[in-house]
Structure formats: C-alpha cells, structure tokens
Ligand binder design. Structure first.
Ligand code: NCD
Length: 283
C-alpha cells in the first residue's frame, strides 16, 4: 500500500501527528527517508539541529528526549553510543511517545534490517532458502548486526561472513544466532568464486573509519575488499548486490550498471518500509 504513494503523492494516515528527528551522527538516507515517510503520511516533522540545541549547553540525553516528548508523537534518534536505546527505555516509559532507533554507534540499525529484508523479498520473492554473503566491515558496521539477526528468523538461510580478521562479525552475535536459530553461518577472510557462485545476496558494507581506534592498518584492510563488475563475474545469475550506502571505495561504480545492482532501489524501498513502520507505531 505504501508503494502506491508514488502515484498518489500522499496518504493522509498520520494527519495531526508530529515526528522529531534527532540525529547525533551524520545521516542522509535514514534521516531523509524517515522525514519523507512522515510527510507522505501527512505528519509534521521537527528536524532537530543538534548543533544548535541545548545538547550544546550540556543537557542530558534523557532531558532532551523528555523535552521532545512534550511536543511530538514519535522520535527517531541516531546516537554514537552503542546500547543507548536500552539506557533510555526507563525515561521513555515516563512518556506516551515512541522512540525509534536510527542506529546506535557500532551496535544495531533495526530499521535498515527491515528495509533490507523488504528489498530481498521484492527482488528475490522470499528471504527463505537463500545464501547471503556479507562482506566488508562486519565488526563496526551496525547494519549487518541487525540484518543477520532478522535473517535468522527465516527458514534455511546461510550467511557467509567475509571480512579480514580484525573486522569479522562479533562472535557473540554469531553465537546468539547459532543458539536461537538453525541458520548456517560460515566465516571467511576473502571472497572466492565458489562463495559468489552460491550467493543470492551479496551485502557490502563500507569501512567504518569513524569507529576505528587507530591501531588497525586501514589502508591494507581497504584494499582487501573492493568489488568491481569484474569481481562479480562468478556471482549466481540471479544474485543481487546490496549496500546500505554510503559507499566509499569498497563498491566500484562499474557495478552500478551490472544486472545485480539493487542498492539504489534499496534506498527507495527504505521510504516505503519506514512509512509502514511509522503508521504501525503512530497510526
Ligand atoms: C548505514 C549506517 O548509518 O549505519 N547507513 C545507512 O543508514 N543507510 C551504513 C554506514 O554508514 O556505513
């Protein structure tokens, strides 16, 4: 239903509701797609400029949230602190306002995982019986943490984690998936033709430079996982390439015209999914 908005422009399902956008980390897609989703549902939006907000005067996060809760029906927040949403739950429970995660540091990015699954379903028809190869910075890239968990809720999924050792998927997350699901998980240090030949979804992530502590050899790490159209030759014929974006050097522009490229559609799907989410939460 939300996809129909493209034809009709606007659905007045959230008339009179107000959504605040509180982003303490840079964002283009998550922030703008939530903003567009709210506008297309008829809601008003307060995009908080954190650089000119009372945060700069030393206000605590809970007080900023309490403040916005007086004015809004929902708040989308992105914050650099991993686990910050758990820490804010008691304060949000004092209010009637929903707090939606737009990402917490190197932790999780749940709405990206939802839009990623929506993309897979739209492009492949189902998220059951698929092999997903995640490649890049799996340690600090929060999107893959959330996506691997959501994938584990589907049937007969195999996840290949391809990353240099320093950037591999955190073991505790893989252990949790192993404990709670029958998902098959494999760890590799490099992408091979064999892996690509069995891959339905190649999910790339950029190096999260801003989360490095300075001890890692970044340049050496980067050169180990650049994907070009040439790299994709062995990819399964029906395989798709996804990326939460922004891309830096890990995804060459030669892939943009490759039959497998869906990362631009993935952004658009994100708005429809966030419309559905806002309607479910605020409607
Ligand atoms: C991702 C994020 O912020 O975690 N981007 C996004 O939300 N589309 C990925 C990234 O920044 O690398």
């Amino acid at each position: 239903m939300m996809k129909k908005v493209q034809l009709e422009g606007r659905l007045n399902l959230l008339n009179g509701k107000v959504l605040a956008l509180l982003f303490f980390e840079p964002s283009t897609r998550t922030c703008c797609s939530f903003h567009a989703a709210a506008l297309r549902l008829g809601a008003g939006v307060i995009p908080v400029d954190v650089m000119s907000s009372s945060t700069k005067k030393g206000e605590s996060l809970q007080d900023t949230l309490r403040t916005l809760a007086c004015f809004c029906n929902g708040i989308v927040m992105r914050h650099p602190e991993k686990g910050v949403f758990d820490r804010m739950i008691p304060y949000m429970n004092e209010t009637n306002v929903s707090l939606i995660s737009g990402g917490d540091g190197a932790g999780e990015h749940p709405t990206q995982a939802l839009l990623d699954i929506f993309t897979i379903m739209q492009e492949l028809g189902s998220a059951d019986n698929i092999t997903v190869t995640m490649c890049g910075d799996l340690r600090y890239g929060r999107t893959v943490h959330s996506l691997s968990y959501v994938l584990s809720l589907f049937t007969n999924v195999t996840i290949n984690y391809v990353a240099p050792e320093e950037l591999q998927m955190p073991q505790h997350l893989a252990d949790q998936i192993a404990k709670e699901s029958s998902t098959t998980q494999h760890f590799y240090s490099a992408l091979s033709d064999e892996i690509l030949a069995s891959t339905d979804v190649l999910y790339l992530t950029r190096l999260q430079r801003e989360r490095f502590c300075g001890t890692e050899n970044v340049d050496e790490i980067i050169s180990s996982y650049v994907i070009t159209a040439e790299t994709l030759k062995p990819l399964k014929s029906t395989g798709i390439v996804m990326h939460p974006l922004p891309r830096v050097q890990e995804l060459d522009e030669s892939v943009d015209s490759h039959r497998s490229c869906v990362y631009f559609k993935q952004m658009e799907y994100g708005m429809y999914m966030r419309m559905a989410l806002l309607y479910a939460v605020l409607g």
